[in-house]
Ligand binder design. Structure first.
Ligand code: 6PG
Length: 479
């Protein structure tokens, strides 16, 4: 047994992660794939890695030093369970099985519980950064036991991205905490992408600028407070010209967005937890709407605004859009962190929110300058109840909100869909409202279902006898 770490599953993500591991001092990497042909291929392509190949799970286990530690990199789902079953047969108590796929956190909780009964540690680890990140340094979000972190921590630190001198990995919390946080990362990723797409659409349709010109705007934005990987790659995508037609590539890509489901999980989980992640939800729904060609074709004849839209001052409009994007992005992160807090409370995880923001500074898809501000906000006030109320974000929103409103108004008048911009603004106005019409909703509920209400001026639970003389009585609280 000579390897300190093994990788099971050698598709691109797995082989890149294995190469990353092998390139760091102190690691010797065992590799295994269901078909040995693939293992052979990786071995031949990367002799420099010094991989120790295994043809069977038994051989793989024998190649690993104790406690055996293996990272599973297979497509999330039934395949993961199949690999776990095989590893459990050949591993021993104290060994560590890591699932590095995009697993649903409730699956991870279930698997951790089942594997723990054998005495083996099971760690669900979210890994972000795509193929390039896996090879050069991803952001890693591991859950699992404290015992597993002792062995796994140094290995993961050796391969993670480094942001401002710190590795982008932390022990997020027990069992499914890591995959939960990765899920939230992806939800925020969806919101960020949709907001950027709306900004592009508004600028293009409002000012007539070409994709290449808008690429320059994004490149400029990337030098300011919006600096992030997603803004950077947006400029690159917009600048790309299609070789076949000579048109901007963005104009020849079919406008139907795909999704593998992690954004939907974020929203489904938020619904269960009662957390209003409205910006993230709109981003998920915007992809679904785009991918309904029959409905879109049928609706294409519906009327839009009669007046043509003109932007008087393109530079001022672009600046308004930039501010609207920044404000909406703050809302998306605030909502995402609210879901982390609620998930931690529901599942009993102790999650350091500032640490999560730190490990998202490098390697992952949502990496951004901005995350330092989130870490600072939680460091200044660990009991912060809503990220958007932290002084830095409060100031940023104050400086942006008039621009944000102008953009949402312009979009509505021009008939340009801006679901993420407008829902984020509605969230902002909803949260800061002194009184909400929820009072009327409570009245309606009491009317038709005797669901009762509370009063602003007295403790207790009340019901108006709507079908009787309409006097109010004290009632049992039925919500
Ligand atoms: C990451 C990405 C990664 C993947 C998503 C894309 O953090 O590296 O989030 O996990 O790109 O699964 O998801 P969609 O296909 O749903 O856009």
């Amino acid at each position: 047994a000579q390897a300190n770490i093994g990788v099971v599953g050698l598709a691109v993500m797995g082989s890149n992660l294995a190469r990353n591991l092998a390139s760091r001092d102190g690691n010797t990497v065992a590799i295994f794939n269901r078909s040995y042909e693939k293992t052979r291929g990786v071995l031949d392509a990367h002799p420099e890695a010094g991989f120790l190949p295994a043809e069977t799970y038994r051989e793989f286990a024998d190649t690993l030093a104790k406690p055996r530690t293996a990272i599973i990199m297979v497509k999330a789902g039934a395949g993961t369970d199949a690999v776990i079953d095989e590893l459990v047969k050949v591993f021993e108590p104290g060994d560590i099985i890591v699932d590095g796929g995009n697993a649903l956190f409730t699956d991870t909780i279930r698997r951790e519980k089942a594997v723990r009964e054998t005495g083996i540690n099971f760690v669900g680890a979210g890994i972000s950064g795509g193929e390039e990140g896996a090879l050069n340094g991803p952001s890693i979000m591991p859950g699992g036991s404290d015992e597993s972190w002792v062995t796994l921590g140094p290995i993961l630190k050796s391969i993670a991205a480094v942001a401002e001198g710190e590795p982008c990995v932390t022990h997020v919390g027990h069992d499914g905490a890591g995959h939960f946080v990765k899920m939230i990362h992806n939800g925020i990723e969806y919101a960020d992408m949709q907001l950027i797409a709306e900004a592009y659409d508004l600028i293009r349709r409002g000012t007539g600028k070409s994709p290449a010109e808008i690429a320059d705007i994004f490149a400029e934005w990337n030098r300011g407070e919006l600096e992030s990987y997603l803004i950077e790659i947006t400029a690159e995508v917009l600048r790309q010209v299609d070789a076949a037609t000579g048109e901007p590539l963005v104009d020849v890509i079919l406008d139907q967005a795909g999704a593998k489901g992690t954004g939907a999980w974020t929203v489904q989980t938020a619904l269960d937890l009662g957390i209003p992640v409205s910006g993230i939800a709109e981003a998920v729904f915007a992809r679904s709407l785009s991918s309904k060609p029959a409905q879109r074709a049928a609706a294409a004849t519906l009327p839009g605004p009669s007046a043509a839209w003109t932007v008087d001052d393109p530079d001022a409009f672009v600046e308004d859009v930039r501010r609207a994007l920044y404000a909406s992005k703050i809302v998306a992160y605030s909502q995402g962190f609210d879901e982390i807090v609620a998930g931690a409370a529901e599942y009993g995880w102790s999650i350091q929110k500032g640490e999560i923001a730190k490990i998202w500074r490098g390697g992952c898809i949502i990496r951004a300058q901005f995350l330092n501000r989130i870490t600072e906000a939680y460091a200044d006030d660990p009991s912060l109840v809503a990220l958007l109320t932290a002084p830095y974000f409060r100031d940023a929103l104050a400086a942006s909100q008039e621009s944000w409103r102008r953009v949402v108004v312009a979009a509505a008048q021009a008939g340009i869909p801006s679901p993420a911009f407008s829902s984020s603004l509605a969230y902002y106005d909803g949260l800061r409202a002194d009184r909400l019409p929820a009072a009327l909703v409570q009245g309606q509920r009491d009317f038709f279902g005797a669901h009762t209400y509370k009063r602003v001026d007295r403790d207790g639970t009340f019901h108006t006898q709507w079908s009787g003389d309409r006097t109010e009585i004290e009632a049992q609280d039925t919500h």
